[in-house]
Design a protein around this ligand. Structure first.
Ligand SMILES: Cc1cc2nc3c(=O)[nH]c(=O)nc-3n(C[C@H](O)[C@H](O)[C@H](O)COP(=O)(O)O)c2cc1C
Length: 333
């Protein structure tokens, strides 16, 4: 258990913010698998300030997701402050997070995301200005630096702390690395040693054992899991259990995986309507099906599905075939 400001996080496992993934439908599903904290996908400060309807829809939170951190991104102090104020007053998020890690040129070219990492003074300035006008705790998610020559993770985290930020999450890669190479946990450890606010470590936690190793090697307060949770929300449950009891519970059966996938699909339909949800769910379905025998052959068909019933029928077919195969294997033994 740890605290971010006055928000109690009941265990040390955090779902990473992921654009195009971490909407209410996925977050709630992950929450039900026991995440201590879930993070929402990044939302544009300008979209909020200019009342863009699509952006405002992204601020929807189901009470059952709480505690939840809502992340905003932007490259200018003025609009970030305005957007933070809006999130503070008009959403039921518990925490306001500032994105200082996004490596995509479209974002960094506007001085947003990882571009902040080049100047601890600017970080201090913007975080202090936001902290000043909101009541919810403010946090920053950052990468360790821009490139090998500009790794200011410690200075940047200290700037967040001095400015009144209540936690930092550190992804152990530079902006230039994008998602390549290995996350540098040693720098995450240096950050943890340099600040008194909670530090959440992130990058390359692929198994419950990785989570334990990160906690032990870096001393961080929490571990943030991103890609390993895609189509795999039970990764969170397995990690929570492993950290608490040392027990490594088995992966779910194909049928259980498909059941969770269908629950996720129905929640996405409730959130966005069938047409958009089914399209968005195609990529998730491919992730849920990873490792299930016989799934590869329906991948193309999934990408052509347009309705809930078509998609559900394909998924259930895979589950049934996998079950029949497992029964045949058991009989043969
Ligand atoms: C599809 C995808 C979308 C992402 N979107 C965001 C985002 O909106 N905000 C953010 O701070 N990080 C974002 N990230 C980065 C993750 O939060 C995380 O830092 C990164 O994936 C490393 O953690 P992992 O090794 O556990 O995946 C995204 C990553 C992925 C794969």
């Amino acid at each position: 258990m740890f605290r971010i400001g006055d928000v109690e996080i009941k265990n040390r496992v955090v779902l990473a913010p992921m654009a195009g993934v971490c909407n209410s439908a996925f977050r709630l599903t992950v929450k039900e698998f026991g995440a201590g904290l879930v993070c929402a996908e990044m939302v544009s400060d300008k979209g909020i300030v200019y009342n863009n309807e699509k952006t405002l829809n992204m601020l929807y939170i189901d009470e059952r997701e709480k505690p939840i951190s809502l992340q905003i991104f932007g490259g200018e102090k003025e609009t970030l402050v305005k957007a933070a104020k809006f999130v503070d007053k008009n959403t039921n998020a518990d925490i306001i997070d500032i994105n200082m890690g996004c490596p995509v040129p479209k974002i960094t070219n506007c001085d947003a995301g990882a571009k902040w990492l080049l100047d601890p003074n600017k970080i201090y300035d913007v975080v202090a200005a936001i902290v000043d006008v909101v009541e919810k705790p403010v946090t920053v998610k950052m990468r360790i630096g821009w490139d090998e020559q500009h790794i200011y993770a410690v200075e940047n985290a200290q700037a967040v702390e001095r400015a009144g930020g209540k936690a930092v999450a550190v992804h152990g890669r530079t902006r230039v690395q994008m998602y390549e190479g290995k996350a540098d946990w040693n720098i995450i450890k240096q950050v943890k040693e340099a600040v008194n606010i909670p530090v959440i470590g992130n990058g390359d936690v692929k198994t419950p054992q990785d989570a334990k190793r990160m906690l032990e090697e870096t001393g961080v307060d929490g571990v943030m899991i991103g890609r390993a949770a895609l189509g795999n929300p039970w990764m969170i449950y397995r990690t929570v259990r492993y950290l608490e009891t040392g027990e490594l519970i088995p992966e779910p059966t194909p049928r259980e995986k498909i059941d969770v996938c269908l629950l996720h699909l129905d929640r996405l339909i409730a959130l966005k309507g069938e047409y958009i949800a089914v399209k968005e769910m195609r990529k998730h379905a491919a992730w849920y099906l990873k490792g299930i025998r016989g799934a590869a052959k329906i991948r193309n068909a999934i990408n052509e599905c347009e309705t809930r019933d078509e998609l559900a029928a394909l998924l259930l077919q895979v589950a049934e075939e996998a079950e029949a195969q497992a029964a045949a294997n058991a009989e043969a033994v």
